[in-house]
Design a protein around this ligand. Structure first.
Ligand SMILES: NC(=O)c1ccc[n+]([C@@H]2O[C@H](COP(=O)([O-])OP(=O)(O)OC[C@H]3O[C@@H](n4cnc5c(N)ncnc54)[C@H](O)[C@@H]3O)[C@@H](O)[C@H]2O)c1
Length: 480
């Protein structure tokens, strides 16, 4: 049965939460008194559909139902998680919690997206303060996994554990903050960088574009994969962190920052920033910039995923929890079900020819794992190497399209395994691939018969698949 979340406030952040939960298979009930909120949340979900599933190499759960409600009680009914993303005003949030707590399940968790308020401030006049925690995400919530979870003295650690599990389940990376503090952890960094940037623009040292370049061409790239301390450890050379501090520690006394001061936001300064920002980015609409951002983020996150580090590790770990179960192998089976990511496209604006083979290769890896060729087996014993592929390209495939592959075993004899794939795009046959594999010993890296149990299984599958006939396009590989 689908789980239910209530989203209170469907703006930039609430809409992002709604999209992530829905794409992770939750039913989503939204309450937002603002005119136009429903259209905005639906538009956000549409954008998220093109981005979040593309981070995964498996299909996400079936999308949950997104509904909009005129009353708080209708929205929170049956919800096990209630995410408040109303405007950053304490009195408004506190009033909302009183209304929510009068009708919600006392066992539900109420998370607040607040950027700055502490849980104690939020819990101020609540009926059940222990039910409310901070669950602070980052925009776009449907792509970025960080969520800061903060409780107060009144928060039961078991509730924070439950929140951690639930957030992990929808692909988030929960960071439990040890002590409550205004702006939690991550926004304190952003605040520091923001203040410094305002000074630099005000004093004419750099424009908005130059400041953005200073970030994205340099330290922003370092931060995205190693953070601050690991990066500085490297800056200290082989002598590490102590040497780094010895070298740059004295700079703390030099005028390297104006952080203790805040520039006055005069009309002049605001006009200067707005004009520079228009000159920098005014040629693109917000929707175009959002789509540029989402494409860039998915491409960067996918490259870290291939390496299994930083945000890529979170994606890999989450993906393992939504891997498909082993199907009936005795009939041709679905071995791939995924969305086409942005980095699979080429200059023709469609999926590059090599990616058809990549899709087949992912399908092949899954089938081989199902017959026992697991990472353990490969590490200790043997594997199947491809020696020939015959691909027929039959239809164009675009970014965001859903690809499925069905695998049929044509032959399993001795060291040889012949597989046939039908790759469909949104239900239309887009390619067929015939693949010839040879079993090898990983000790000698030479051809060798598979172990008896694997050979018996592949032979039984080939015999069972034979009644489905030989596809017309088959017969192109392994003729010699
Ligand atoms: N924008 C960001 O980058 C960001 C990042 C992290 C956290 N946050 C936090 O998320 C929260 C929401 O910020 P946002 O940027 O989405 O704001 P927003 O202005 O985009 O959206 C707020 C939404 O709340 C609705 N609303 C107003 N009163 C309401 C009520 N009583 N009940 C339910 N909904 C109500 C509004 O109609 C609006 O759609 C804030 O607490 C903010 O600090 C924002």
């Amino acid at each position: 049965m689908k789980r239910t979340v209530a989203i209170l406030g469907g703006g930039v952040i609430g809409g992002g939460w709604a999209a992530r939960f829905a794409l992770m298979g939750w039913n989503v009930r939204v309450f937002d008194p603002g005119a136009g909120a429903e259209a905005a949340v639906r538009a956000m979900l549409e954008r998220a559909r093109a981005a979040l599933p593309a981070l995964y190499d498996v299909a996400l759960p079936d999308e949950g139902r997104l509904t909009f409600h005129d009353t708080i009680s209708a929205a929170v009914a049956g919800a096990e998680w209630i995410q408040e993303s109303a405007p950053e005003r304490l009195a408004l949030k506190r009033k909302l919690y009183q209304q929510v707590q009068a009708v919600c399940d006392p066992a539900a968790i109420i998370g607040s997206s607040t950027s700055g308020f502490t849980p104690s401030e939020l819990q101020g006049c609540a009926t059940r303060p222990e039910q409310i925690i901070v669950a602070h995400p980052f925009n776009p919530v449907y792509l970025l996994p960080l969520v800061e979870l903060v409780g107060s003295q009144k928060t039961d650690p078991a509730l924070l554990d439950r929140a951690t599990d639930l957030m992990t389940g929808i692909g988030m990376n929960p960071l439990k903050i040890r002590k409550e503090m205004p702006a939690h952890v991550a926004d304190r960094f952003l605040e520091a960088v923001w203040r410094e940037a305002l000074w630099l623009v005000r004093d004419g040292v750099a424009t908005t574009q130059e400041i953005d370049d200073a970030i994205r061409m340099g330290f922003g790239l370092r931060w995205g994969q190693m953070g601050l301390f690991e990066t500085y450890r490297l800056a200290g050379g082989p002598a590490g962190m102590k040497h780094f501090i010895a070298q740059f520690g004295p700079a703390l006394d030099w005028p390297w920052t104006k952080l203790m001061d805040v520039p006055e936001l005069t009309e002049d300064l605001i006009d200067k920033i707005a004009a520079q920002s228009d000159a920098q980015s005014g040629h693109m609409s917000i929707a175009e910039l959002e789509s540029l951002r989402d494409g860039n983020l998915t491409a960067m996150m996918r490259s870290l995923k291939a390496r299994g580090v930083a945000v890529g590790k979170i994606l890999k770990d989450h993906e393992k929890t939504i891997e498909p179960e082993v199907p009936d192998l005795m009939a041709p089976m679905v071995t791939l079900d995924r969305q086409v990511p942005v980095d699979w496209v080429d200059g023709n604006g469609h999926m590059n020819e090599s990616r058809y083979v990549q899709a087949m290769s992912e399908a092949s890896d899954r089938f081989l794992a199902w017959i026992g060729c697991t990472p353990d087996y490969i590490a200790t014993r043997g594997s199947w190497f491809t020696v020939e592929n015959h691909v027929r390209y039959l239809a164009e495939v675009m970014i965001g399209d859903r690809l499925t592959a069905t695998t049929q075993v044509l032959e399993a004899k001795g060291k040889k395994l012949k597989l046939f794939y039908r790759i469909e795009c949104n239900g239309t046959l887009a390619a067929t691939v015939e693949q010839l594999l040879i079993h090898v010993s990983m000790a000698t890296r030479r051809a060798e018969a598979p172990p008896e149990d694997m050979a018996a299984l592949t032979q039984a599958i080939a015999e069972a698949h034979a009644c489905h006939g030989v596809p017309d396009a088959a017969g192109a590989t392994g003729r010699t």
